[in-house]
Design a binder for this molecule. Structure first.
Ligand code: FAD
Length: 414
């Protein structure tokens, strides 16, 4: 550890995980820590509302947070830059500034919140025929495509999750189930939302929806909730195809690894999730064989005591969910604060799937709370107009606090 007047904490990434960790640590540790956030873009944004941007419900400006203003206001430093690699043994982060200059930054403590990589390069034909809602530019491209869509088959589904297997995080084994898909909530949400979108346009009879999954669809939910979704899809005329591991998108169809095809005039994909390239480039024993960071229940790396990982970049968060990113970000901040001499209770990590699939066109949302995948008994999937309002509140709260989810239990959908 280097000699300096204040402990230097570097946070990599500025969405749910990184922002939660940075804001919570500043609140808890105050002047005991000098915090700097590095993110590859100047703007952070509220990812759960990208389906709303794609369907024109809200504008792109409604989801963005300017990090150059939001972070300094809370006495957190911000540096725009693309992290190339972490030397965890030497305590250095190497990154490239927007003007192309190479730079490095040391730290006393590091919080990794770089998320996962969307492996579009693993799907042939993606550049030409692929659409998504996972990043803002994808949502905007899809918005244009939907405006001009004259009818046909829309296939919506996920690529495979390239989950790491070894070494495992030091947490109870049931907390980290093996998953085929990283996050199917947005697929469910898009299937509801697009159905409402085309109904409103008076074109629902011209559109057929096919939902596909690399394993069993929504396998992270209870058998009962899955059955309800299947029934719902039957009533809505949505075809469901399980065990379809997408390999290629063509002009009017998609193909899987086994050579099976599905007709698709428009393909909306949550791309395969892999480890972040910056992490794959880093000190090898920082990551698992998938490129995710294994930690203990306090989010401390199993091999580097001064390195934390939170959110999608941590191997213990399954599925890759904003709720778990905020939770892990808060735990890392609390734990680190105790090491800086602050008396604070460190929350116990327990995974639960909590999210809302919204259909703003028909004024309802389905709120999910489920821990059966981890051996628990909670399984709620409730459709209601209140849940649509909850999702709106969640969005507004994020923008209002500039990504500081401190009161998420009360004001957001969680
Ligand atoms: C369309 C969609 C809808 C979703 N809806 C919901 C929802 O309703 N509820 C819910 O709970 N979850 C939802 N999720 C999941 C949720 O968005 C993610 O789990 C969450 O964003 C993870 O947060 P994170 O901070 O760990 O990672 P990310 O959100 O991936 O953030 C990583 C940050 O690091 C930056 N970064 C990446 N690489 C580098 C680099 N090399 N150098 C510098 N910066 C870098 C990125 O730009 C980004 O700012 C949704 C996901 C998608 C795709």
């Amino acid at each position: 550890m280097r000699l300096r007047s204040m402990t230097k904490v570097l946070v990599l990434g500025a969405r749910f995980g990184g922002l939660s960790a940075a804001y919570a640590l500043k609140r808890l540790a105050g002047n005991k820590a000098e915090i700097k956030v590095i993110n590859n873009t100047r703007f952070s944004y509220f990812r759960p509302a990208l389906p709303h941007v794609a369907t024109g419900v809200i504008n792109e400006n409604d989801v963005m947070v300017d990090l150059t203003k939001a972070l300094p206001e809370k006495r957190i430093n911000f540096q725009q830059g693309t992290v190339e690699k972490i030397d965890a043994s030497g305590g250095l982060v190497y990154y490239t500034k927007p003007d192309g200059d190479k730079a490095e930054e040391d730290y006393d403590y590091l919080i990794i919140a770089l998320g996962a990589h969307l492996g579009t390069e693993l799907v042939k034909g993606w550049d030409k025929y692929g659409y998504s809602v996972c990043e803002l530019d994808y949502a905007l491209k899809l918005r244009e495509k939907l405006k001009d869509f004259k009818g046909g088959t829309i296939a919506i589904g996920s690529g495979l999750f390239y989950q790491g297997k070894s070494p495992k995080p030091k947490v109870p084994e049931n907390y980290v189930p093996v998953a085929d898909a990283a996050c199917e909530g947005p697929i469910f949400e898009m299937s509801l939302m697009l159905s409402g979108y085309f109904k409103k346009k008076g074109m629902l009879n011209k559109v057929k929806f096919v939902v596909f999954s690399p394993g069993e669809y929504l396998s992270d939910l209870s058998t009962m909730s899955r059955k309800i979704v299947r029934e719902m899809y039957k009533q809505m005329g949505i075809e469901l195809v399980d065990n379809f591991r997408i390999k290629e998108i063509r002009e009017n169809e998609i193909a899987d690894e086994a050579g099976k095809t599905i007709k698709a005039d428009l393909t909306i994909l949550i791309p395969p999730y892999t480890g972040n390239p910056a992490l794959k480039n880093s000190t090898p024993d920082l990551i698992d064989d998938g490129g995710f960071v294994p930690t203990d229940l306090n989010m401390v790396s199993i091999n580097y005591d001064n390195v934390y990982a939170v959110g999608d970049a941590n191997s213990l968060t399954v599925p890759k969910l904003g709720y778990l990113a905020v939770k892990t970000g808060n735990i890392a901040a609390q734990h680190l604060a105790t090491r800086l001499g602050v008396q604070v209770k460190v929350d116990q990590y327990y995974p639960t799937i909590i999210c809302v699939a919204d259909n703003p066109f028909e004024g309802f949302g389905i709120a999910v709370k489920d821990d059966t995948w981890y051996g628990g008994t909670t399984s709620i999937a409730a459709p209601s107009p209140i849940n649509h309002i909850k999702k709106e509140l969640f969005h507004k709260y994020f923008i209002w606090t500039k990504g500081d989810m401190a009161l998420e239990k009360f004001l957001a959908s969680w």
